[in-house]
Design a binder for this molecule. Structure first.
Ligand code: SF4
Length: 78
């Protein structure tokens, strides 16, 4: 299981994650911050849990290009 955590509050709306991972990130027209699609809000983070390797890799790309480093990835194996 891969866990992507996104601290949306700190997003500066630079579009880098959307350009590198358009299937998983989208810009909000309301507040100019990015959304992690299919994530659920937990306290200060938006969390996406997935078993999909492609999703993990795409979010990894987004985490690398994010200038404020608010996209974090973890993995859990049982
Ligand atoms: S790359 Fe980071 S700062 Fe830029 S829009 Fe995406 S989440 Fe926000």
């Amino acid at each position: 299981m891969f866990i992507i955590s996104f601290k949306r509050k700190k997003c500066i709306g630079c579009y880098s994650c959307i350009e590198s991972s358009p299937l998983h990130f989208k810009m909000s027209k309301k507040d100019g911050k990015s959304f992690l699609l299919n994530s659920i809000k937990k306290k200060n983070f938006f969390i996406l849990k997935t078993k999909n390797w492609g999703t993990f890799l795409n979010c990894k790309k987004a985490s690398i290009v994010c200038p404020v480093k608010i996209i974090m990835l973890n993995s859990q194996f049982y």
